[in-house]
Write a protein that binds this ligand. Sequence first.
Ligand SMILES: CC/C=C\C/C=C\C/C=C\C/C=C\C/C=C\C/C=C\CC/C=C/C(=O)SCCNC(=O)CCNC(=O)[C@H](O)C(C)(C)COP(=O)(O)OP(=O)(O)OC[C@H]1O[C@@H](n2cnc3c(N)ncnc32)[C@H](O)[C@@H]1OP(=O)(O)O
Ligand SMILES: Cc1cc2nc3c(=O)[nH]c(=O)nc-3n(C[C@H](O)[C@H](O)[C@H](O)COP(=O)(O)OP(=O)(O)OC[C@H]3O[C@@H](n4cnc5c(N)ncnc54)[C@H](O)[C@@H]3O)c2cc1C
Length: 627
Amino acid sequence: MDEQKVLSIKGLLDDTPEEYLSHKEKYENSIRKSVLFYKTLHSTEDENMSVDEKTKLNFRNIVTSAIFKDNSPFMLHNSMFIPTIMGQGTDEQREYWMKRAKNMEIIGTYAQTELGHGTFIRGLETQATYDPDTEEFVLHSPVLSSYKWWPGGLAHTANYCIVMARLYIKGKSHGIHPFMVQIRDEETHMPLPGIKLGEIGAKLGFNTVNNGFLGFENHRISRDRMLMKNAQVLKDGTFVAGSNSKLTYGTMVYVRVLIVSNMANMLAKAVTIALRYSAIRRQSQPKPDEPEPQILDYVTQQHKLFIAIASSHAFYMNAMWLWEIYYSVSLQLASGKLDNLPELHALACCLKPLSTIDATAMIEKCRLACGGHGYMLSANLAQTYGLATAAYTYEGENTVLLLQAARSLVKAWVGHVKGRPLKGTMAYLAGDSTVKAWDGSIDGIIQSFKVVAIRKISSVVKILQDYEKSGLSPEDAWNKASVFLTAASEAHGRAVLLSVYKSEMDKRAAVLSPPLRKVLLQLVDLYVTYWALEKVGDMLLYASITDKDVDELQRRYIELLAAIRPNAVGLVDAFDFRDEILNSTLGAYDGRAYERLMEEAMKSPLNAEPVNQTFHKYLKPFMRGKL
Ligand SMILES: CC/C=C\C/C=C\C/C=C\C/C=C\C/C=C\C/C=C\CC/C=C/C(=O)SCCNC(=O)CCNC(=O)[C@H](O)C(C)(C)COP(=O)(O)OP(=O)(O)OC[C@H]1O[C@@H](n2cnc3c(N)ncnc32)[C@H](O)[C@@H]1OP(=O)(O)O
Ligand SMILES: Cc1cc2nc3c(=O)[nH]c(=O)nc-3n(C[C@H](O)[C@H](O)[C@H](O)COP(=O)(O)OP(=O)(O)OC[C@H]3O[C@@H](n4cnc5c(N)ncnc54)[C@H](O)[C@@H]3O)c2cc1C
């Protein structure tokens, strides 16, 4: 979307900083701005767009939607409600609901998590009991822990939602399925009878997303409200199972892929703020006869920040690569071909955790790199951290997803040992895992990461098998080995991130101007070298690196920081965030951080008067010993 168009919307930009609004005012202000934003958004979407154009538009929408310091109450409408209708509805259901949803005639959310269950979907307790006499489902929350809890927009914004509920027919459970449920009257917005709604309260971030709770008291919906693309309930109550029960989990895979691109964007924002500030901030005097240097010239500052630039590029390249896989698997699923779904699931279960773990840590490092001013909310680094760290948990808690990936890796390895062919992103597991001598080239280091993954996967499989031989059940063996199962998944994820970043850059390098190619390949080199040093223990153990090789790597890393320094500001300017989207006193393009800090400070309500009323009410009596 054209940022210029968005930013020209009258009233979109806040004159009163959000920080000084109440919890309720923040929500109301976010609704006001989201309505303005969506009106513009709609004027730019085109159904005939190519997959690539749609992906880039969504990515830009995410970037533009960052104009709010926090996410919009409409977020789930776009990111889960609409994708679920698309992925889980029949053609007829899609036809009807997509028109209403895309036109914003209705606002939806995705209600899966409950007070008692988030990770364990098969443990969800919300009931959808089929009544063949009336051809209706009766939705019911039997106990408090079955209340839906967390869905964005659920509290006061959405009037419809996808409810993931356990289907019962004649007393038999048929698992978790998606149901389209109207929760509020379309005219009055009052909760419908048998529906309890509310907000879950203030959070670390996401405080304008309007996360809510939802309880049902025998609320009836018609049979056609079950989204029946993947499984059906006939009028007489006959249940027709889908080809794969996990197809109902499809929206989550989509969002996990979306999150990887979102991490690229969030990290780019944070490092733009921190690096621009580091270019204008001068501090200390290492050389007595010279002026205070830019803090960006301290190599420790470069170490904190340059990896964030490279990581944003790495996540973006991996995200675009993963989108292509997602779209091709989605087309295959549409024609009933399911065999590439496990690989997509395993990839999403690696890249979503690693991108969120790295992005969260590096955004925090960007904040810390700005000293005291990084701690100001007007810097917009704390809020960016709050948004990013949420993604560690939502859409599949990271540990749980890494264990899911481990499940696929263990299966692949055991199959490989038995002679079954490996395919796709796991094919490298069949490679030679003995490294005779360290190869310090970029490709050599990436190969070493693959060797580390092979060795970690094979050794954790051995641990599992030894535990089972000792008499442990497979479940207990799995739990005992789980720390090293997640480590094996992380190693696989690192190998994928590194090799995809490198290969995607190589593809693009041919069309880049030589100077641009040089700088971008320096970032690839920095990324690979940084991670080889971060994982030097694994390199020592599995990749025959010697202390001399480590010395060489350290020197190469320092030289790369120096080589990137002259282009550092240009590299963050190339992310092309407008000031209004950065929304930061420290990151503005003109570098007037001090003036902006003071301008924002003067907006504090406390600065409206020189003496606060508590002086006369409390302080003066107190100081005069009269309390
Ligand atoms: C104003 C703004 C304007 C414009 C903006 C425009 C756009 C902006 C859009 C968005 C805003 C910007 C960015 C935001 C981006 C994203 C954020 C969006 C939403 C955030 C809100 C968060 C929502 C949520 O959190 S929704 C709830 C998510 N919950 C989960 O993820 C639960 C996790 N748990 C699970 O997935 C499962 O329980 C499980 C852990 C996988 C276990 O499942 P289960 O017990 O059923 O399975 P088993 O372990 O027994 O068996 C595993 C078996 O199944 C296969 N499997 C599992 N899952 C899948 C799958 N998904 N697909 C395929 N196969 C799967 C697995 O491979 C195993 O197979 P095998 O048996 O063969 O090994
Ligand atoms: C900001 C935010 C927005 C959200 N928005 C939505 C939304 O719009 N819609 C929605 O439906 N949900 C939403 N959620 C809920 C989110 O999906 C869940 O919080 C998430 O799935 C994790 O589940 P949980 O909270 O029950 O944590 P738990 O699963 O209880 O995790 C707690 C701990 O238990 C560990 N654990 C759990 N299971 C296992 C296991 N099998 N093996 C090893 N360790 C395990 C985890 O690793 C973690 O350390 C949101 C959450 C957040 C934070």
